[in-house]
Design a protein around this ligand. Structure first.
Ligand code: FE
Ligand code: ZN
Ligand code: FE
Ligand code: FE
Length: 183
């Protein structure tokens, strides 16, 4: 079975020359990823806000945009607390999530249906952030970076709250969106 052998070889990932060799390096790499991601979100959210119609949704997104700007600054504090310079590295996932948000807006008529779409896009972003901050806070604790861990947990709580608020808002909006077609 020569074929299956060569196949398993090509599925093995070869590490780049600058690949992380320890948890601290992995931690710093992922911090850079998240720093890029948060900045990307501050650029994408204004468009989501101006395309939302529900006042509740507009308010929730506007609040979270302000929070997000503070989260960018908080990540700079995390970098400085571990003696690293704040640096952004493109997050492929967030680039994709914000692009998907654009597609969802283009793919829906303005109004309650688009609002439902915007909530779905926003919650996908929040979930990515929740996973990222949870992981990084855990890395920071293991690495003995207590200040970094606390800062990351502070943002983690904000992301969870944002997600919950969106879930609450979506209950009414999804029902309304379901009725929209029959009008
Ligand atoms: Fe955030
Ligand atoms: Zn990322
Ligand atoms: Fe990522
Ligand atoms: Fe968020």
């Amino acid at each position: 079975m020569a074929n299956s052998n060569s196949k398993s070889d090509t599925t093995k990932v070869k590490a780049k020359s600058d690949a992380a060799s320890g948890l601290r390096e992995l931690f710093v790499d992922q911090l850079k990823d998240l720093y890029w991601a948060e900045q990307e979100i501050t650029k994408a959210m204004p468009k989501m806000i101006s395309n939302a119609t529900s006042e509740e949704l507009v308010d929730a997104l506007t609040n979270h945009l302000e929070e997000t700007k503070e989260q960018v600054t908080r990540l700079e504090e995390v970098f400085s607390s571990i003696g690293e310079k704040a640096e952004a590295k493109k997050c492929e996932a967030m680039a994709g999530l914000t692009k998907e948000g654009e597609e969802i807006m283009k793919g829906t008529e303005a109004g309650v249906v688009r609002d439902a779409g915007i909530i779905s896009a926003a919650q996908k972003i929040e979930h990515y952030e929740i996973a990222s901050y949870g992981t990084l806070a855990s890395f920071a604790r293991v690495l003995g970076e207590e200040e970094a861990a606390s800062l990351l947990e502070e943002t983690l709580d904000e992301e969870k709250n944002a997600d919950e608020t969106l879930s609450e808002i979506s209950d009414a909006i999804n029902v309304e969106a379901d009725e929209e077609e029959d009008k």
